[in-house]
Design a binder for this molecule. Structure first.
Ligand code: FE
Ligand code: CA
Length: 519
């Protein structure tokens, strides 16, 4: 295959099309290894996810071998082994990759030994996929000595290379929580100065657009390596569909938002290591739990699908924005929900169960900042929990009511590191500390604010212990029965795929002592 300078506008040519421009920056290997691409169906790598004590999901997606090819169902073989050389095969089988699901493959395994690492790969014809590592969780009744959890979000293609993923792999986590904005739906900006790379895909609105977008993002070798390193638990935020969408409400200039949304959701499923149970008749069910024995019970939350529309949102606006509370009576309406009432009840039941089962750490893997963030101007952001104050009070009340042993919130969305003492009453930031919050910065997406402004917010919010907008990176949580340690990792230069990384800050939460302390 040769790269044409003016590719035909054929969608199936998009790999060439997208990378012709992207090649100005670091070229993904498949972009120049064009002949290999034609014959390597595993160009998007492998992944695993949603581990239980006896299984997990293995994922891959077969790339078409060329225009017009691969139109029917394809059979894929898979292998799970104790060793990287696949001498000691534990399980093997076949799966069918359906064109209706973009030839994605989701293999669910059960009956494996708890608390064990495995290797896996897929085979199709002569092609063998890269090898992935995955693992089972410890048994439900065990108290593991430690777990290393990584959390990350927001990987805008243009804003940065994925050195953060490289360093995350070196840190050898047991599980990665991805907290939203896996893709961004936009076209590349017209002004490319300061960008790490550009692409030529159109603004995503159709199923093939979204498939192309995931194919582009997943072409990145550092992202592929992070998927291959350990199982992930993924949730989405808005950009997997459209900026600041809320439930069934999208931008007013999108004729058929619901068609766009279902196309986007399907593409999300096709590209993520999700269980079939996630795939419902109406869309995807993403709120679910993962458990690491009795050490950590993780509640993954869907904060887009079921939310009420942002308070006082203007239909023509491109984003939800912020309001003065006195100008927007809707803000305080107690009937409004961010999770939706059914998911609120599900979470409340789950926290009650954590208390009964004596989970050491209850983890809420949500997608934005829970702690209040009062702006000095008096404005409130309407797309985050600040825009749903009554729903937040209900959640805080639920957390307090179950007298959980320890509660830690993880989040993303704001492209900034926020470390907070979560007050029991969001209206009184100096109230008793109920929980600890680590809202992580982005893998690559820019913050869109300045550190001066963020520093002013910190001075205005005594429960905010750290807020930084200038770093890109990820969070690591080292969890033991006695202590939770969060390490905020940052890359030196987000514009370089080979950037180094450093530790920005480290915070500790002691068992039964809510609130992070700087270590
Ligand atoms: Fe984002
Ligand atoms: Ca947004």
């Amino acid at each position: 295959m040769h790269v044409r300078s003016h590719p035909a506008p054929d969608r199936r040519d998009f790999l060439r099309h997208a990378t012709a421009v992207a090649s100005m920056a670091a070229l993904p290997r498949w972009a120049w290894a064009g002949v290999t691409l034609r014959h390597d169906p595993f160009g998007l790598g492998v992944a695993s996810g949603d581990p239980t004590s006896d299984g997990m999901v293995l994922w891959t997606r077969l790339l078409p071998e060329g225009p017009g090819a691969a139109s029917g169902p394809l059979t894929v073989r898979w292998e799970l082994a104790d060793d990287a050389a696949f001498r000691k095969i534990v399980r093997r089988g076949t799966a069918t990759a359906l064109p209706e699901l973009g030839h994605s493959v989701h293999v669910e395994l059960a009956g494996l030994a708890p608390d064990r690492w495995y290797h896996y790969r897929f085979l199709h014809g002569d092609a063998v996929s890269p090898t992935g590592r995955t693992r089972t969780a410890p048994a439900a009744d065990r108290m593991p000595e430690r777990m290393r959890l990584a959390f990350a979000s927001c990987q805008n293609w243009e804003h940065g290379h994925y050195a953060a993923w490289h360093h995350l792999v070196q840190d050898e986590p047991d599980l990665v929580l991805f907290l939203g904005d896996y893709i961004y739906e936009y076209t590349s900006p017209a002004h490319t100065r300061g960008l790490a790379r550009v692409q030529t895909l159109r603004h995503a609105t159709t199923l093939s657009d979204f498939r192309d977008r995931y194919t582009l993002y997943k072409s990145d070798p550092l992202l592929q390596a992070a998927h291959a390193a350990c199982p992930w638990g993924v949730v989405w935020d808005d950009h997997e569909v459209q900026n600041d969408y809320a439930g069934t409400t999208g931008r007013a200039d999108t004729h058929d938002f619901l068609a766009l949304r279902s196309a986007a959701w399907q593409a999300f499923y096709e590209h993520m290591p999700l269980r079939a149970v996630s795939l419902g008749a109406q869309g995807l069910t993403l709120h679910r739990r993962l458990a690491w024995g009795q050490l950590a019970h993780i509640h993954l939350l869907d904060m887009r699908q079921h939310r009420d529309v942002q308070a006082c949102r203007r239909p023509e606006a491109r984003s939800a924005g912020a309001v003065q509370p006195e100008d927007c009576a809707t803000l305080a309406d107690p009937s409004r929900s961010l999770l939706g009432m059914a998911q609120e009840r599900w979470l409340d039941n789950g926290l009650a169960q954590d208390a009964r089962q004596q989970a050491r750490w209850s983890v809420l893997a949500q997608t934005t900042l829970l702690s209040p963030r009062a702006y000095p101007s008096g404005l409130r952001a309407t797309d985050t929990w600040d825009g749903y104050p009554a729903a937040r009070q209900r959640l805080l009340h639920s957390m307090a009511g179950h007298a959980l042993r320890n509660t830690v919130l993880l989040g993303g969305d704001i492209h900034q590191n926020y470390v907070c003492r979560v007050p029991a009453d969001a209206r009184q930031p100096d109230a008793t500390t109920l929980a600890s919050e680590f809202c992580g910065t982005s893998i690559s997406s820019r913050a869109g604010t300045t550190q001066d402004k963020v520093d002013a917010i910190v001075r205005h919010n005594p429960h905010v212990l750290l807020a930084r907008c200038e770093e890109r990176g990820y969070g690591l949580a080292d969890i033991t029965p006695e202590r939770w340690t969060t390490t905020l990792r940052a890359v030196q230069d987000p514009l370089r795929a080979d950037s180094g990384a450093y530790t920005l800050a480290r915070f500790v939460v002691e068992d039964r002592h809510p609130g992070p302390e700087r270590a």
